[in-house]
Design a protein. Structure first.
Length: 624
């Protein structure tokens, strides 16, 4: 196989019979170029449209571009000449082929050259059998005389999730140390904070070119309760969470405020003041829908909304409801047991906080990687009038860990007689521990690891991050779940970002085949990206479904393109090709390409003379 590389070059010339505006429209439709790029292409200067292509791919691109009306040529890419002594030394990125001054990392795709070269050498060594595969390699690969610190760093580099969790616990330890031993400095910082914050806003605005107002907007929130940041949009609505909130509100305003409190405390709190064989088991459920007042109710409901929506969309409504109720029951039982052991008296508890703590435990396992915004009021007492808070971003494990330790401290204080508050610390602990245990039992952590690495890859691709690290994370996520179509397509986009690759095309096709079962809308959007990069079709069954979707959405140009790809491919199964060719002719009519429509009608009649659609095709031919 030849190792020669080629590029596609144009000089702004048009093919015979094409007008400038027609060509511009064709290029805009095919390549999604904006007006500035189109002006450059048609300026008469020599422009390289694509580079670093093998001959077959370059010829395929040229054939597609020729149809737009612009004249292109395929030229061999010759080795670059060494830079003259007067010029800075230039290097070519091994990932994206971008030429640039020598440095540590690529200015275009962000990879660290040394790290990338090391990884490539490792892949080659694994392929030659000189090193174990990723599945079998471990910390034992270190030299026998490696120091203990080297072994620790190596272990955490091989076990990224443990490293992530360790960082969270170190942050928790740091916060506790500061609050307990450096509280004086903390008070001073709070007093100076407004001045420091305004100074930071001005500095950030000056360095980024944004207005001070825009920078300020990025760091303040009007939400009075913590919430999950950067939540990826998911299909569906968290009906169980919203239903639980509605039930709690209705019970409080339509029941608790209208009945004699003695009925509630004698029968519905856990443990009832007048316990019997009927109301004790029933109160395990009823107590978690009762509240001591409006503040208690709405504080709990804000937390339930913050946590429940995120968790429910990931584990499903039925499972979330079951876990929520189990956590609420566990919370009540642990609180009653501890209170009885400590004081030899029954506890009479109510509230949804134990069950919500269970949701927090589930969040800690299933969404441990997510950042949460903890609102810090910055206007002091005036925050009651204007609820403006600073966005303090912390990992969710840090916040949940601090809640757990606060409840543990408060619960021990209650048992020791040092804390006389009515807060159900042991109920919170029981619910959270139950949620954590359920999350571990049902392997929710494995799903979380997969999603975390998927998000790392997605952010690297969309926000210009480290593409090497993003690709590494996506491959790890795909290893955990080889059928994750979203990860396949993200990895395909990353591998195809700078030039077409065989692996990228294969991942695009596999991902679209999986999504085509029940997510045609996503496949339709993905296929456009895929076609713009590879100028070819995909699995015939998938492509036919996508063409049908485009037709339903009245996107006749893309429907015609898909049906045309199926019609022109001799490898398309006969039953699909028959329908595709007839539909191709129809779509060509829709877009006003009568000559092409007539061509495909005639070809259809010739190739499928026994088709049930033949009379319709003949009728259309005669009508032209």
């Amino acid at each position: 196989m030849s190792n020669k590389l080629f590029r596609i070059v144009c000089k702004g010339e048009l093919s015979y019979g094409f007008e400038v505006e027609e060509t511009r429209a064709n290029l805009k439709r095919l390549c999604k170029y904006d007006d500035a790029i189109l002006d450059k292409l048609l300026s008469g200067q020599q422009i390289t449209i694509k580079s670093k292509l093998d001959l077959e791919t370059a010829q395929r691109y040229k054939a597609a571009l020729d149809k737009t009306g612009i004249v292109t040529t395929v030229e061999e890419v010759l080795p670059s000449k060494p830079a003259s002594p007067a010029e800075p030394e230039m290097i070519e990125c091994p990932k994206c082929s971008q030429r640039q001054p020598q440095g540590l990392a690529c200015m275009n795709c962000g990879i660290v050259f040394a790290k990338y070269a090391q990884a490539q050498k490792r892949k080659e060594a694994i392929a030659r059998g000189e090193l174990p595969t990723d599945e079998t390699s471990s910390g034992s690969a270190l030299p026998a005389d490696a120091s203990r610190m080297d072994r620790v760093f190596h272990y955490f580099s091989e076990h990224q999730e443990q490293a992530f969790i360790l960082k969270a616990f170190l942050v928790i330890s740091g916060i506790i140390f500061v609050t307990n031993y450096l509280s004086g400095l903390l008070v001073l910082f709070i007093l100076l904070f407004p001045v420091l914050f305004l100074f930071y806003v001005k500095l950030e605005a000056a360095s980024t070119g944004q207005s001070a107002t825009a920078v300020l907007a990025q760091h303040i929130t009007f939400m009075p309760v913590m919430y999950s940041e950067g939540e990826r949009k998911k299909e569906g609505v968290a009906w169980v969470t919203y239903s639980l909130i509605l039930i709690n509100v209705l019970v409080f305003y339509c029941f608790e405020l209208r009945v004699n409190p003695e009925i509630i405390f004698n029968n519905l709190v856990f443990i009832p003041v007048e316990p019997n064989i009927v109301n004790v088991p029933i109160s395990l459920l009823t107590s978690m829908f009762l509240h001591a007042g409006g503040g208690h109710l709405w504080g709990n409901m804000l937390f339930l909304w913050t946590l429940g929506v995120v968790v429910e969309k990931r584990i499903g409504g039925k499972k979330f409801l079951l876990f929520y109720l189990l956590a609420g029951v566990s919370a009540s039982i642990l609180s009653a047991v501890v209170y009885f052991i400590a004081f030899r008296e029954p506890v009479h508890g109510l509230g949804a906080s134990g069950a919500i703590a269970g949701a927090m435990g589930l969040f800690a396992i299933r969404c441990y990687f997510k950042s949460m915004v903890f609102p810090l009021p910055i206007l002091g007492i005036f925050s009651l009038i204007l609820p403006v808070s600073l966005k303090v971003r912390l990992n969710s494990l840090v916040i949940i860990g601090l809640f757990f330790l606060a409840d543990l401290h408060g619960g021990i204080g209650q048992v020791a007689g040092q804390n006389s508050s009515n807060v159900g610390h042991w109920a919170h602990l029981g619910g959270m521990i139950c949620g954590i245990i359920l999350g571990i039992m049902f392997n929710l952590g494995e799903e979380a690891v997969e999603e975390r690495h998927m998000e790392i890859g997605s952010q690297a691709l969309s926000k210009g991050g480290d593409l090497y690290k993003g690709e590494e994370s996506l491959r790890l996520a795909l290893k955990k779940n080889p059928n994750n179509a979203e990860v396949m397509i993200l990895l395909a986009k990353m591998l195809s970002k700078f030039q077409p690759t065989a692996e990228g095309a294969d991942l695009y096709r596999k991902g679209m085949d999986i999504l085509a079962v029940n997510r045609l809308k996503d496949v339709a959007a993905t296929f456009k990206e895929y076609y713009e990069r590879y100028l070819t079709g995909c699995n015939p069954e998938t492509l036919f479904k996508v063409a049908g979707y485009y037709h339903q959405q009245k996107d006749h140009e893309w429907a015609a393109k898909c049906f045309e790809l199926l019609s022109d491919d001799e490898a398309t199964p006969s039953n699909i090709r028959e329908k595709a060719m007839f539909q191709c002719a129809r779509q060509m009519e829709f877009v006003g390409k009568i000559d092409l429509a007539l061509h495909y009608y005639r070809q259809f009649v010739d190739k499928f003379p026994d088709s049930v659609f033949k009379p319709k095709a003949l009728s259309r031919i005669e009508s032209f």
